[in-house]
Every structure is written in C-alpha cells, then in structure tokens.
Design a protein around this ligand. Structure first.
Ligand SMILES: C[C@@]1(C(=O)O)OC[C@H]2O[C@@H](O)[C@H](O)[C@@H](O)[C@H]2O1
Length: 469
C-alpha cells in the first residue's frame, strides 16, 4: 500500500538552530542569543550566531530539499527578524527573508509549513517576564497578525507554538532553557496557560481573516506506559499521562483543562491565575483548530516513586529527554529498561509505543487531523571513505514511517510526516555533535553540505510513496 496522494512527506527545522546571521539585516537579539553565551549552558559554548548559515545559504538548502523530493518544508520564523524588539516597528528585511524562503519553496512545489514560535523570543520580552507576562501574549498576537498578512496568501499551514511542554518545563522546572529557573511549578503551569490562551486568541484571529488555510500547534507526544502490571505503576502511568498529555492536549482540543490535574494544582496552590473570560476563549477556540502536530521521539516508561524522593540534580545532559528523572511532584519517575532499544542520548526507540500512543490519542480526541511534525534520530553519524553512512537513521525513520502507515490503516487521521531534521543543525544544548539531518554540514570545511545515505533513501521513499515500507 502507498501513502495517499495528499499525504505530505516533509522535513523540519527551526530558525535559531539553522539561520545564524543572529544580528544581520536588522534582526534584534533573542533570549537564546543571550542564554547560549552564559558559560556552561550549552555543550562547549556552542550557539546559533552562525549555526549553519541558512540565512545566507537558503537557496542551496532548499534546492537540496527539492532534489530529495521533499513535498513540504516545516520551518520557523524568528520573531526578532520581523519585530526586532518584539513589538513596534517592522523590519522589512525580515519580512523579505521569509518571503524569499516561501517563494523558493513554491518555486519547487514544496508546501511551506510555518511555525510561528519555536522558542526564540525577542530579548526585551524575555527581560519583561516572557510567558509569565500577559503582555508577551499581546505582543505575540500582533506578531502573528503581521505574519498572516505578509505570508498568508501563500502559506496555508500555520503552527502557533512548538512544544509548549519543552520551553516551559526547561524554562521553569529544569532550568536548562531560558529563563533558566529551576523547580518553580507555579511559574511552569502559569506560563503554559498564558501560552494556551494566546494560542486560542491567535486561532480565532486567524479564522476571521478568511485565508482558508490551516492552523494548529505542535506538542510533544511521549505517551507514558507502565514498567509492569502492578497497580501502583499503572496509577503512576495514568498520573504521568494526565500531567504530560491531558494537561497539554485537552485545553487545545476539548477546550478545558483536565479536572484531575486542576484538583492537584488546587491542593498545591499551583493553579494558574486564569479568568473565566480566558477559559471561555480557550473553549471557543478548541473546535477551530484544524490539526494537531505531534513531535514523537519516544514513549515514557513510568514507575511510582516509593517513599522519599532524593534530591535530583538537574544537569544539561539529563534535562532533555533521557530517562531517570522524577516528576516535579515526586509521584513517578521515568525508567530506562533493559529490554528496550535506546539512542546514544538514551532516548528509547519504539515504534510500537508510537502506535499504541496514537490509538490512545484517537480514543481521547477522536478524528482530529494529525501531522507528525517531528520524528527523527539524534546520532553521531559514521563517515566511511568520505560518505556519511547514517544507516541507523534510515532504520529509525523506516520503522516510524511504517508505524504511521499502520496507524493510518487503523483509521488514524495522519496527513503528513516531517522528519526532524531536513539538515544537520544546532541542537539547543548539545551543539553540533547530535546530528538529525538528511544533509550533512561539514563544520570543518566552511559548512559544506553533503548528501547522506538517508538523503537518497528518503528520496526513494517519497518517489514510491512509501509503498515498500
Ligand atoms: C532537544 C532537541 C535537540 O536538539 O536534540 O531534541 C530534538 C528536537 O526536539 C524537538 O522537540 C525540538 O523542536 C527540536 O528543536 C529538537 O530539539
């Protein structure tokens, strides 16, 4: 069986991780421009000042994507290129750059899929409290409106926010992302609500423009499964799914926060300072979402924490996705299991977890259109006689694309797959050693682009529309 003719084979990137040109052509500084310069925050002090210089090489990069046969390219817009201070005067060169990206995609028949916020916030807004300050939401609405008006005639797929879980969890609980605050659940839950309220307002505003495109957002999709059949670990798993799935998906798709979580937050004193009016807007926007973007890398394996939770030292290496971390409330921890497969960064490789999680998602939220907006293997690729032989990435994507095909055959409404990432890029905290791309970037040779084995493999998959998967 082939994937349907309207299924999109894509790949994704993010502005801070590829563009570089951090202060070129009027772009203002962002929270990540500042944060990566704080000693110890990133691997070997790597940052996005140059990244892979996509700002100046986008024509070459998009030509390579076209050669690979890519049907859609998901990229994000750096807010500070459009509005250098986050508000105020528009930087026309920023508008011009993204028009050039969009037009270059359309030149090859590649569908541009635009993420409005992929974690890089204009620095003045970060300084004023970022997503804890409702003014940031108002500024975002203005920024989104500018993007809809500038690009919406050609861009018909918009993602408002990428992975609210990550930039709020790492910003206010793990402290590994800006603003670097640790163990503050009140701020964590408040920031998430402010983002979701802003998302809802943005969806409503977009629909009023009658541009007849699609709008939604991309969430982390890491379904939790119990490590065994014990009652206590099944309780811990349900608890984990309530806080990591329902808390994020219910307000977007059902228009209300899960009572199980709100009840615990009330007990703890961590309920966000929300108003009935804000909750009504979230309810109004829910049915207007056209799709849900899922960023799937791995499931979570969960066990209940027995008794006292010893102080957990959060480090850069254990703050992004590796198992072993306790939940903020000490109820459960994630576990690395002897009978599972893992990447070099200890992320589990499980297409079965993907399928089982998708079945659960459909049971919870019905037939909402889904795009897999990220899935890929972070690896240190082997180079043999000058060729990048990223066979493990081919196997990983083959396994997960096949799982997508299985899910579709079981009636799950998936309309596209975006591999993370189109091209090797800056991994937020892991520098350039953690590679994800179909295209290699040689940092020892003027950022020269090279096609990997997976480039040729993905090209054949797209040509055959996945028939052989
Ligand atoms: C932390 C990291 C990484 O760079 O390794 O994980 C892989 C991929 O995950 C996604 O959630 C982010 O949108 C993307 O920017 C990448 O970020």
């Amino acid at each position: 069986m082939k994937f349907a003719h309207d299924f999109l084979f894509g790949a994704a990137t993010a502005s801070y991780q590829i563009e570089g040109a951090w202060d070129q052509d009027g772009k203002g500084p962002t929270n990540w421009d500042e944060f990566t310069k704080i000693p110890g925050k990133t691997f070997e002090g790597t940052n996005g000042d140059v990244a892979i210089d996509h700002y100046n090489r986008y024509q070459e990069d998009i030509a390579l994507m076209a050669e690979m046969g890519l049907e859609s390219y998901r990229f994000s817009i750096s807010w500070a290129r459009i509005l250098p201070t986050g508000t105020g005067e528009i930087n026309q060169k920023g508008i011009d750059f993204y028009n050039n990206i969009i037009n270059e995609c359309l030149k090859y028949g590649i569908v541009p899929f635009v993420t409005l916020y992929h974690w890089d916030l204009p620095l003045p807004l970060e300084r004023k409290g970022a997503w804890l300050n409702r003014e940031t939401g108002e500024a975002y609405l203005n920024f989104a409106q500018i993007c809809f008006e500038a690009f919406g005639d050609r861009v018909k797929n918009f993602i408002t926010f990428n992975e609210t879980f990550v930039f709020c969890n790492l910003g206010y609980l793990a402290g590994a992302h800006p603003p670097g605050i640790q163990n503050d659940p009140k701020k964590y839950f408040q920031a998430i609500h402010n983002v979701f309220y802003t998302h809802a307002q943005t969806v409503i505003a977009y629909k009023k423009l009658n541009q007849f495109g699609e709008i939604g957002l991309s969430h982390v999709f890491s379904p939790a499964f119990s490590v065994d059949d014990s009652e206590e670990n099944h309780f811990a798993t349900e608890h984990a799914n309530q806080f990591n799935l329902n808390w994020f998906y219910d307000p977007i798709l059902l228009g209300k926060y899960p009572e199980y979580v709100v009840k615990q937050l009330t007990t703890e004193g961590n309920v966000p300072d929300w108003t009935e009016a804000e909750l009504a807007v979230i309810a109004e926007a829910a049915p207007l979402n056209d799709f849900m973007g899922l960023n799937y890398y791995q499931p979570m394996r969960v066990e209940k924490i027995q008794g006292y939770v010893k102080e957990h030292v959060i480090t850069r290496e254990n703050s992004t996705g590796s198992p072993g971390n306790p939940s903020y409330d000490g109820v459960y921890r994630t576990v690395k299991m002897a009978d599972k497969k893992y990447t070099k960064w200890d992320w589990e490789i499980s297409s079965q977890g993907f399928i089982d999680g998708l079945d659960n998602l459909k049971a919870l939220y019905g037939d909402i259109k889904l795009y897999i907006t990220e899935n890929g293997l972070g690896d240190e690729d082997s180079i043999i006689e000058g060729e990048v032989c990223d066979i493990p990435r081919i196997r990983y994507i083959e396994e997960h694309l096949s799982a997508v095909k299985t899910a579709i055959s079981r009636g799950i409404h998936i309309k596209g797959y975006y591999a993370w990432s189109a091209i090797d890029l800056l991994s937020w905290l892991n520098g350039y050693k953690k590679q994800y791309g179909f295209i290699y970037v040689d940092h020892k040779n003027n950022l020269k682009r090279e096609k990997k084995a997976s480039f040729h493999w993905y090209k054949s998959v797209i040509t055959n529309r996945g028939e052989d998967l």
